[in-house]
Design a protein around this ligand. Structure first.
Ligand SMILES: Nc1ncnc2c1ncn2[C@@H]1O[C@H](COP(=O)(O)OP(=O)(O)O)[C@@H](O)[C@H]1O
Ligand SMILES: [Mg+2]
Length: 340
């Protein structure tokens, strides 16, 4: 499952509009998609016309209490291929509950990796701040879409966000592709064209080719609890979000993220080593500790079959969480992973 988090600390830059309409477009294109509304304001839940008293908050509470997660009760089927984990007001206090935990940044990452959710895409809509929920979405996502509008302050905001992401990447097992999406664009305004040039110069190929134009039908659709494809399928908004879905499908289809986990609290360093590292111990495959005993790393891999082991303080160990293995050439076993 490819997890795409839609993140920007600024409000009003089309995070929710993008979460709703990109998810709907992916589902319409036959990609089973799960949307997680990670904003206590529950805008995505509302904009998809859902009312439910269970959702991501209950999923997290069960996980924190080490209980099994009642996925069936929490996930709402909105449409063929479109599923939603709604938000509820309880999410507001979730930040406080997380704050006490050592693994406070990794709860979503752990939940998504401990389940066998069979969706192709998972879209996470974030609140307009960089609190613990947004940071969980940042770490839990394999891809980040950062929407921004035509305004210099929004480019400044992106610079700050980039610095934070780079800082986190140094210390945490994260490895995402970041895409920037220009939204609410109106080319009739002269300064919009100049702004687009500047954004292209500074964001280079990270700026998505699709630009979401201003379209009042998007606003109307939200207030009706509908996607743009249900409200006005021939509108500019529908055309732009369909193009966005196609661009995202093209950009993400080659790579799948494999998240490796290893447990052991008395090791100094742990690496994942395999045919994808040419069986060399490489710095970029060094695992990071995400709680007192768990090490993890996220590795982008193309489709194929891979053999690997963990190399923990000079000792070779197979993956205790993976039952698939085959003989190595030294009389031991390698763990085997197939990326489909
Ligand atoms: N392309 C667009 N054209 C017109 N209105 C838009 C567009 N994108 C978003 N909006 C409107 O702008 C407001 C803020 O968008 P929203 O998606 O809620 O932002 P965020 O989730 O980042 O706070 C909403 O009222 C929404 O309907
Ligand atoms: Mg929002």
């Amino acid at each position: 499952m490819k997890v795409i988090s839609i993140l920007n600390q600024k409000g009003g830059c089309s995070k929710t509009t993008t979460a709703v309409n990109l998810s709907y477009a992916l589902a319409k294109n036959n990609y089973p998609t799960l949307v997680i509304d990670f904003d206590p304001q529950a805008h995505t839940t509302f904009c998809l016309g859902i009312s439910s008293n269970k959702g991501i908050c209950e999923v997290m509470e069960n996980f924190l209490a080490q209980k099994s997660i009642p996925w069936q009760e929490c996930i709402v089927k909105r449409e063929e291929n479109l599923f939603v984990l709604p938000a509820s007001i309880g999410l507001t206090s979730m930040e406080h509950k997380l704050a006490e935990r050592e693994d406070k940044l990794f709860i979503l990452y752990k939940i998504l990796n401990s389940s066998t959710l069979a969706y192709q895409y998972c879209i996470v809509d974030c609140p307009p701040n960089l609190g613990l929920l947004s940071l969980n979405a940042l770490i839990g996502g394999n891809f980040l879409i950062i929407p921004f509008t035509v305004c210099d302050l929004s480019l400044q905001g992106i610079t700050i966000l980039n610095q934070i992401i780079e800082m986190m990447k140094k210390n945490l097992p994260i490895h995402q592709d970041i895409f920037y999406l220009l939204t609410q664009y109106n080319k009739r305004f002269h300064h919009s064209n100049q702004f687009l040039e500047r954004a292209r110069n500074s964001l280079k190929d990270r700026l998505l080719k699709t630009i979401i134009r201003t379209n009042v039908a998007l606003k109307e659709a939200s207030s009706l609890g509908k996607s743009i494809f249900e409200h006005k399928p021939r509108s500019r908004g529908a055309c732009d979000y369909q193009n966005l879905a196609q661009e995202i499908i093209n950009l993400t289809q080659e790579v799948e993220w494999a998240n490796f986990f290893f447990k052991g609290n008395n090791f100094k360093e742990v690496y994942v080593v395999g045919d994808f590292t040419k069986w060399q111990k490489e710095e970029k495959f060094r695992m990071k500790k995400i709680d007192w005993e768990t090490w993890s790393i996220s590795v982008p891999l193309k489709k194929g079959k891979y053999c690997y082991k963990f190399f923990a303080d000079q000792t070779w160990l197979k993956d205790p969480f993976n039952v698939h293995e085959e003989d190595d050439s030294f009389g031991g076993k390698n763990s085997v992973l197939v990326i489909k």
